[in-house]
Design a protein around this ligand. Structure first.
Ligand code: BJW
Ligand code: ZN
Length: 243
């Protein structure tokens, strides 16, 4: 079924538990490049080829250059109306959880508090050797070193082939399985496990809604699909919800 804004608003307002999953598209209007497509190119490298442990092992300077470039870029970006609409949704609904695949920190910057950053954060660093980990917004050296053991630090993000942080997947699954409404926003649905979350929600009886500029592999399986910019659609969905 295609989008019907008023019907989705009514479903949202009546939803006892709403879970929203976001991807890179929600930050596009803030000026953060998405992961795939032409935007995902950096110095002729595909982002997907750098966000992996084998790339870091082979060329840590290149991978750190990529992440330092992104940290610099994202630091200057501000949340857009789509991020703010999800803060509003959190405030209006008694039972809400935002699960994001994004590592840019813009949901937290916007004010979302019921938030699960399932792929980690650009602002988190962790040691490749010991247990040292920290949040750090400062400018980093080309190859940052661990203050505890002196070994190389790495970005605190989840790369391809790596498991999610313990507990994160478990929490996401339990919350999605209990959801009445599942929103999928600005994600290409190309990366597991997030791409299968809609199926879990459906299996447990949730109404599923996709918001994206264009169709994704999951669109045909959703109850509703709204096509357009998240920054245009989400504020309209949230306005007047509690009236
Ligand atoms: C707009 C818009 C606007 C634009 N408004 N919309 C099962 C089957 C097959 C493979 C696997 C499987 N299970 C696991 C795998 C392997 C792998 C995987 O999925 N591979 C696929 C490529 C096939 N998954 C993993 O490896 C995951 N790990 C795992 O499952 O571990 C299991 C394990 C257990 C025990 C031991 C060992 C392992 C981990 C995945 C980690 C993903 N990491 C990245 C990098 C994070 C760090 C970083 O950013 O640098 O996460 S990859 C990258 O993709 C990033 C993103 O979060 C993620 C998703 O991308 P997203 O957000 O969807 O962005 P785009 O760019 O793809 O799409 C943007 C969308 O927005 C588009 O649709 C646009 O149309 C839209 N849009 N403007 C609305 N204004
Ligand atoms: Zn260390």
């Amino acid at each position: 079924m295609q989008g019907n804004m008023e019907m989705i608003k009514a479903i949202l307002a009546g939803g006892k538990k709403v879970v929203a999953l976001t991807g890179a598209g929600i930050s596009a209007e803030s000026g953060v490049p998405t992961f795939r497509g032409r935007e995902g190119l950096w110095k002729n490298h595909h982002a997907e080829d750098l966000a992996r442990p084998d790339a870091f092992e082979a060329k840590p300077e290149l991978v750190w250059e990529f992440y330092n470039w992104r940290r610099d870029l994202v630091k200057k970006c501000e949340p857009n109306p789509a991020h703010l609409a999800l803060v509003e949704l959190e405030l209006q609904l008694p039972n809400f959880l935002l699960i994001t695949q994004n590592v840019d920190g813009l949901h937290a910057k916007a004010g979302s508090r019921k938030l699960l950053e399932m792929h980690g954060s650009l602002w988190r660093l962790k040691c490749t050797t010991c247990t040292h980990a920290r949040e750090d917004f400062s400018e980093l050296p080309e190859l940052p070193e661990c203050p505890v053991c002196g070994h190389l630090l790495r970005p605190g993000v989840v790369w391809f082939g790596e498991p999610l942080v313990p507990g994160v997947l478990k929490l996401a699954i339990s919350q999605i399985a209990a959801a009445d409404v599942f929103l999928s926003i600005g994600t290409s649905n190309m990366v597991q496990p997030a791409a299968s979350f809609y199926q879990l929600a459906k299996d447990h009886g949730a109404v599923t809604v996709e918001i994206n500029l264009e169709p994704t592999p999951n669109t045909g399986f959703m109850d509703f699909a709204l096509h357009g910019k998240a920054a245009d659609i989400l504020p309209k969905l949230v306005t007047g919800l509690s009236e």
